[in-house]
Design a binder for this molecule. Structure first.
Ligand SMILES: Cc1cc2nc3c(=O)[nH]c(=O)nc-3n(C[C@H](O)[C@H](O)[C@H](O)COP(=O)(O)O)c2cc1C
Length: 183
């Protein structure tokens, strides 16, 4: 059986390093799984009045994809020492009933920044959210991509060997973790 992984990045920038890191993760996923990348560009701002009337089609599609996935991969930038509003907004939509789709899913976290600290503070906030969401994050390895501008080429390909190694380890661990929780 091939596991279905769904990945999304908290940046809408065309040349986003987080989107590029997800593409790298796609190529480094072991054959037991396939990583589909979901673009958050179409997700509207969360509004509980709208939710009460029914999820907008774009949001329903996102929620259905999460439900169908065996595990999730989130790539987060760090915005003002936390995750981006783009990612938080998507998580908020996916955290509401029925379901909620994000509950009890294995999740792997990646983060890339042009700064020095590799999104460590943003990832800590994201892990804190996993408690309330009842998401099951992998603890190790931590994928903290600092100074991303030196680790990808102009076309967005990951060129740093150490980063490739740690992402490959993360994706291998995600397969093992998914087997454990789905077994
Ligand atoms: C609103 C905003 C806030 C930011 N705050 C941080 C920060 O707290 N820590 C950090 O390392 N980088 C910060 N940055 C720089 C981002 O890490 C950098 O722009 C990175 O490339 C964003 O990810 P992306 O390439 O996937 O778009 C910030 C950028 C923006 C636009």
């Amino acid at each position: 059986m091939t596991f279905k992984f769904l990945g999304f990045a908290g940046s809408l920038r065309k040349n986003s390093y987080n989107r590029a890191a997800l593409r790298a993760a796609q190529g480094l996923t072991p054959p037991e799984a396939a990583l589909e990348i979901y673009d958050l560009a179409s997700i509207p701002l969360y509004n509980d009045d709208i939710r009460e009337k029914g999820y907008p089609p774009e949001v329903q599609d996102f929620r259905d994809k999460i439900t169908a996935a065996d595990a999730i991969v989130m790539a987060t930038p760090e915005y003002n020492y936390s995750i981006s509003g783009i990612l938080k907004n998507a998580i908020d939509w996916a955290s509401r009933p029925p379901g909620p789709p994000l509950q009890k899913k294995p999740v792997a976290i990646i983060g890339a920044t042009q700064g020095l600290w590799g999104t460590v503070k943003a990832q800590f906030h994201l892990r804190q959210m996993c408690v309330f969401l009842d998401l099951w994050p992998l603890n190790k390895p931590e994928v903290l991509i600092a100074q991303a501008q030196n680790k990808f080429d102009a076309a967005g390909n990951l060129t740093d060997e150490m980063t490739k190694k740690v992402i490959a380890e993360l994706m291998t661990n995600l397969v093992t973790w998914t087997k454990k929780v789905s077994g």
